[in-house]
Design a protein around this ligand. Structure first.
Ligand code: NAP
Length: 278
């Protein structure tokens, strides 16, 4: 019998029962015939530090981190990547063999890779981007758009103060618009993103006047339940390429899976089907 330890990984959050990450990583483990387990862990704020410090001793090679721990976990890491520091949150931890905890954020990678593969005509540097929402997901979107060289990112949020705070943090390439005038952000925009939670099952639709939207724009919604939100359906009617949010979830998971389990997993229709059914 082999005495090699079976690698374990987890997603840590609270609540966590809704997470599709166990289905996603579990599918990839089976598909590539790898020994390993990926489990959901419901951890309270008070227990977070103790749990994370104990995990490497229990055989965990890493973890995903989700709401409400994404920001707090940075303080528990020995090494924080530049992109996690810029976003101000981590979604991926790697427990290194030397005992150090490495924190990264792959949400921005998931976002851009989803658009790059989902819309062949995506030309993000050909014009401004328009982003709706100023929560945790919007931070990752802003950081990645700026990182790939978008020169102007227009931002609007129901609570304007949160958008203004992001403008202060991310700098002059961010231009804040009032929520009631959010339709004006679409003039000439090449990338349009709903990063608010509007449009999710159980929430009101995300509505913005699309008169100024160019058919050259690529439109995406981070919400993926439902897969085709009303916002995406309207953008499609306006002639735009649209990309749903499920791919972002899957692409952000791929680099983490590779670091923990040693295989870069493929993102294809089958994995989309598995995650949708979870
Ligand atoms: P969050 O930090 O809670 O932020 C929520 C955002 O939605 C805020 O900008 C909030 O505006 C806005 N919002 C909520 N209710 C609203 C309403 N009734 N009217 C107008 N604006 C409203 O959440 P998050 O983590 O950024 O996530 C945002 C969405 O992205 C969620 O649906 C999440 O599931 C999705 N997401 C998807 C992926 C993916 O991989 N596809 C990854 C991350 C997140 P205020 O500031 O005014 O409250």
């Amino acid at each position: 019998m082999s005495d090699r330890k079976i690698p374990l990984a987890a997603v840590i959050g609270s609540p966590i029962a809704h997470s599709r990450s166990p289905a996603l990583h579990g599918y990839w483990l089976r598909r590539y015939g790898l020994a390993g387990y990926y489990v959901p862990m419901d951890v309270s704020q008070d227990d977070l530090a103790d749990v994370i410090r104990a995990m490497p001793k229990m055989g965990f090679v890493g973890a995903n981190v989700t709401i409400p721990h994404k920001e707090k976990v940075l303080a528990l890491a020995d090494l924080v990547t530049d992109r996690a520091a810029l976003i101000g949150a981590a979604n991926t931890l790697i427990f290194r063999k030397d005992g150090k905890i490495h924190a990264d954020n792959t949400d921005g990678y998931g976002f851009t890779e989803n658009l790059r593969t989902g819309a062949e005509n995506w030309a993000p540097k050909a014009g401004p981007a328009a982003v709706f929402g100023a929560g945790g997901a919007a931070r990752a979107v802003l950081a990645s758009l700026l990182d790939i060289g978008v020169t102007e990112v227009r931002l609007s949020n129901r609570t304007r103060a949160r958008a203004d705070a992001l403008q202060q943090e991310f700098g002059a390439r961010i231009k804040v618009f009032d929520w009631v005038q959010a339709g004006n952000m679409l003039e000439g925009a090449m990338t349009v993103v709903n990063a608010s939670s509007l449009g999710m099952v159980g929430k009101p639709e995300f509505r913005v006047p699309l008169d100024a939207l160019s058919p050259k724009a690529v439109v995406t919604d981070l919400v993926y339940t439902p897969l085709e939100t009303a916002f995406l359906a309207h953008a499609k009617e306006a002639g735009c390429s649209v990309v749903d949010g499920l791919g972002m979830l899957i692409y952000q998971a791929a680099p983490a899976f590779e670091r923990w389990f040693g295989v870069r997993p493929e993102v294809d229709d089958e994995v989309r089907r598995v995650v949708l059914a979870a």
